[in-house]
Design a protein around this ligand. Structure first.
Ligand code: NDP
Ligand code: GDP
Length: 325
C-alpha cells in the first residue's frame, strides 16, 4: 500500500516535532512547512529526532500563492495546521500579524486545499481560549458559547468558523481541535510553564537570582504535547469530521506549578525568588481554563496519559540537563 502523506505546518514549533514523530512512526511521508530563514532553527525537530526524516518545504501562511504551490506539488492525504502566532501575550502588541497568520492564513490554506487537494483531511489547531471566561458549571466543553478575550483568541475564532464553513459549504473533511494548554520540554520560552521550569533551574544553578512573572492567580488545564498530537491524528482517522475539546479535565494554579517545579529542585520557598512585574500582566485575562474532553474520550477513544506532576518534572529535568551542560 502507498505511504500516506501528511503536510504539517508549524513543524519547528512545539507540537510539530511531536506530531512528526508520531506520523513517521506510523509510516507516513511527512512534509513540514517552514518559513524562509537565513538561519533556520531545527532545535525542536532535533530534540524529537525527526529533522532528517521530514521533508521541509518553504512557504508562509500569509502568502496564499506559496501555499497553492505546495499543494500543487504534494497533494497530501492529511494536513495538520499548527502554524500560528501562538503567544496570547504578544497578540496585543501585534494584532495585525496575529490576524494575518492565524485568521487569513487559515483561509488561504483552506483555499489551496480546496483547489488542489479537496479530498485531503484537515486538522485545525484551535484553542480553549475561544471560551474565555465562559463556562457551564465551571467546565468548558463543546456546548459552552465562545467569548474570546485576546486578539489571539479572536483571530482563532475566525479560523474556527472558516474551518467549519468549508466543511459545511464544500463537504471537505475539516476538524477543529479546541486544544487546552499543553506543554513539554520544547514549549516556547515565553509561556509561563517553560519560563518557570527554566527560571527555577537558573536559580538552582546560580545563573539567576529571581524570576519575574505577571498575574500568578490564574489556573490552567495543562496537558502534555505528546498526548495532544495523538488526538489530532485520531480526529483525522474518524469516519466523520467534527470539532473536539482536547483537555485533561484537571486544573492547577500557576502557584502550584511554581511549587512543584521549585520543589523538584529541592527549593521549598519559591516566594523568595519570584517577583511581580505588571509588564507581564495582560489587558484582559482568562482566569480559568478547564476543559472537558468527554466527547473526544467517547468518540475518538482519546485519553491523556501524562498528568500535572509528571509534566512539571519532565520540563524541569530537561531544563536542568540542558542548562547544566
Ligand atoms: P508554536 O508557537 O510553538 O509553533 C508555531 C509554529 O508556527 C512555529 O514553528 C512558527 O514558525 C510557525 N509559524 C508562525 N507563523 C508562520 C507563518 N506565517 N508561516 C508559516 N509558519 C508560521 O506553537 P505550538 O506548537 O505550541 O502550538 C501549535 C498550534 O496549536 C498553534 O496553532 C497554537 O496556536 C495552537 N494551540 C496551542 C496550545 C498550546 O498550549 N501549545 C493551546 C491551544 C492551541 P517559526 O518557527 O518560523 O516561528
Ligand atoms: P496562555 O494560557 O496561552 O495565555 O498561556 P501562557 O503560558 O502564556 O499564560 C498562562 C497564564 O499565566 C496566563 O494567565 C498569564 O497571564 C499568566 N502569567 C503570569 N505571568 C506570566 C509570564 O511571565 N509569562 C506568561 N506567558 N504568562 C504569565
Amino acid at each position: 500500500m502507498a505511504k500516506k502523506t501528511a503536510l504539517v505546518t508549524g513543524i519547528l514549533g512545539q507540537d510539530g516535532p511531536y506530531l512528526a514523530r508520531l506520523l513517521l512512526d506510523k509510516g507516513y511521508k511527512v512534509y513540514g512547512l517552514i518559513r524562509r530563514y537565513s538561519n533556520p532553527n531545527f532545535g525542536n525537530t532535533d530534540y524529537l529526532g525527526v529533522t532528517n526524516d521530514v521533508e521541509f518545504v518553504t512557504g508562509d501562511m500569509t502568502d496564499e500563492k506559496s501555499l497553492m504551490t505546495i499543494f500543487k506539488l504534494i497533494t497530501p492525504d492529511e494536513v495538520y495546521n499548527l502554524a500560528a502566532q501562538s503567544f496570547v501575550g504578544v497578540s496585543w502588541e501585534q494584532p495585525k500579524t496575529t490576524t494575518e497568520i492565524n485568521s487569513l492564513g487559515v483561509l488561504y490554506l483552506l483555499n489551496a486545499m480546496r483547489s488542489f487537494a479537496p479530498n485531503a483531511r484537515l486538522f485545525q489547531a484551535s484553542t480553549g481560549d475561544l471560551f474565555g471566561n465562559n463556562n457551564i458549571n465551571g467546565i468548558q466543553n463543546e456546548d459552552v458559547p465562545f467569548k474570546p478575550r485576546s486578539p489571539y483568541a479572536v483571530s482563532k475564532l475566525y479560523a474556527y468558523w472558516m474551518t467549519v464553513n468549508f466543511r459545511e459549504s464544500y463537504g471537505m473533511f475539516c476538524c477543529n481541535g479546541l486544544l487546552f494548554n499543553h506543554e513539554s520540554p520544547i514549549r516556547g520560552q515565553e509561556f509561563v510553564t517553560r519560563k518557570i521550569s527554566s527560571g527555577a533551574v537558573k536559580i538552582k544553578l546560580g545563573l539567576a537570582d529571581e524570576l519575574i512573572l505577571g498575574n500568578i492567580d490564574g489556573r490552567r488545564d495543562w496537558g502534555f504535547a505528546g498526548d495532544y498530537v495523538e488526538a489530532m491524528w485520531l480526529m483525522l482517522q474518524h469516519e466523520r469530521p467534527d470539532d473536539y475539546v482536547i483537555a485533561t479535565g484537571e486544573i492547577h494554579s500557576i502557584r502550584e506549578f511554581l511549587d512543584t517545579a521549585f520543589r523538584r529542585l529541592g527549593i521549598n520557598d519559591w516566594g523568595r525568588y519570584v517577583r511581580f512585574d505588571s509588564k507581564f500582566s495582560r489587558p484582559t485575562e482568562v482566569y480559568t481554563l478547564w476543559g472537558n474532553s468527554e466527547k473526544a474520550n467517547k468518540t475518538l477513544g482519546w485519553y491523556p496519559k501524562a498528568r500535572f506532576e509528571a509534566i512539571v518534572h519532565m520540563m524541569v529535568d530537561a531544563d536542568l540537563e540542558r542548562l547544566s551542560a
